[in-house]
Write a protein that binds this ligand. Structure first.
Ligand code: OGA
Ligand code: NI
Length: 331
């Protein structure tokens, strides 16, 4: 994506990486030339047979897959990326960071912290999105098109994620509609990762697991997302019209660990800006999350104790310092 180079001196005119952006040595990206992964399945959703098997394979082996021919018009995707680009460009050096006041709103962060206290090389915008009609008017209202464009995008993500969850359910042998009334596209988290003079010293997002059932990420044509496989960081390749889907902790639990929630992170680049839109498809807050009954038997006993999703989020402090605010906003 083309970005003007004058957005903000804070990012673009830095000649070296400030100390508080450099993680502990063991957490720094060591080898940035890790192989681009051509083995996570790129699944053609227009194919009438086959996707279920491929989705299961990707979810079991890597915890990641990409989908193409998903039926979402390209214009909706480009509009969403553009309106976010505009949003991030509008945040000047003095822009206030937003919070979620009184159960509503959004969070904008110009450089939040990793769990170890280092600054991340990103700007981030998060807001709740369920139910859509109750949230839209609380999102940023500049650019003026923001609410309309992102709501249109999210309607498509709702449809796509239901389709994907239905296929995952089928692949696992769960009853039809297993996820239908108990999963929601709850949270959007958009990221702007500017170029960095020394990507070996910074992280856009540090290594983490997602709390979700599944996460659906649109990354345009950009790279930087990596996941771990056999102890090695692997780059997810760029495929402009694709969505990257990864399995989150809740689906690992429901599948009794047949599907894997896998650690991932984002590294920066010296020349390219990355913009990504992550959407978290989560269980409803009151839902009890536990291994599906049909997947538990004498030979394969339950590996998890069930827990209400809301409690899980609280107990694991799933959204760091924003956990309480985000939970409030989602009730
Ligand atoms: C996340 C995430 C990846 C990205 O928000 O949990 O992994 O590409 N995002 O920004
Ligand atoms: Ni993630």
């Amino acid at each position: 994506m083309e970005m003007k180079e004058d957005k903000d001196a804070r990012w673009f005119e830095l000649e070296c990486v400030p100390k508080d952006y450099i993680p502990l040595e063991e957490n720094r990206p060591q080898n940035l030339d890790s192989p681009v992964c051509d083995s996570i399945p790129v699944i053609d959703l227009a194919k009438t047979n086959g996707p279920v098997k491929e989705i299961l394979k990707g979810s079991q082996e890597f915890g990641f897959f990409q989908v193409i021919n998903h039926g979402i018009p390209e214009k909706i995707l480009i509009d969403a990326l553009n309106v976010l680009k505009e949003f991030f460009y509008m945040q000047g050096k003095d822009a206030p960071t937003g919070t979620i006041p009184d159960k509503k709103g959004y969070i904008y962060n110009r450089s939040d912290f990793a769990k170890d206290g280092t600054h991340l090389w990103r700007e981030n915008l998060k807001h709740p999105c369920h139910p859509l009609e109750k949230c839209t008017h609380l999102w940023p209202d500049t650019p003026t098109r923001y609410q309309e464009v992102i709501a249109t995008y999210l309607v498509e993500i709702q449809k796509l994620s239901s389709r994907i969850l239905e296929m995952i359910g089928e692949g696992l042998g769960l009853e039809q509609g297993y996820f239908k009334n108990t999963s929601e596209v709850q949270l959007l988290s958009s990221n702007f990762y500017p170029p960095c003079v020394d990507p070996s010293l910074t992280l856009g997002i540090s290594a983490h697991f997602d709390t979700s059932l599944i996460s659906v990420v649109y990354q345009g044509g950009s790279t930087g997302l990596q996941f771990i496989k056999d102890g090695e960081w692997i780059n997810v390749g760029a495929s402009p019209n694709a969505f990257v889907v990864n399995i989150g902790n809740q689906l690992e639990i429901i599948s009794n660990r047949k599907l894997k929630s896998v650690q991932h992170r984002v590294v920066t680049s010296t020349h390219a800006t990355r913009l990504s839109i992550a959407t978290f498809v989560n269980p409803s807050l009151d839902c009890i999350v536990e291994p599906a009954k049909v997947l538990v038997n004498e030979l394969e006993p339950s590996l998890y104790v069930g827990s209400q999703y809301k409690d899980y989020v609280q107990r694991t402090n799933a959204f760091g310092t924003y956990t309480a605010a985000i939970l409030n906003a989602m009730q």
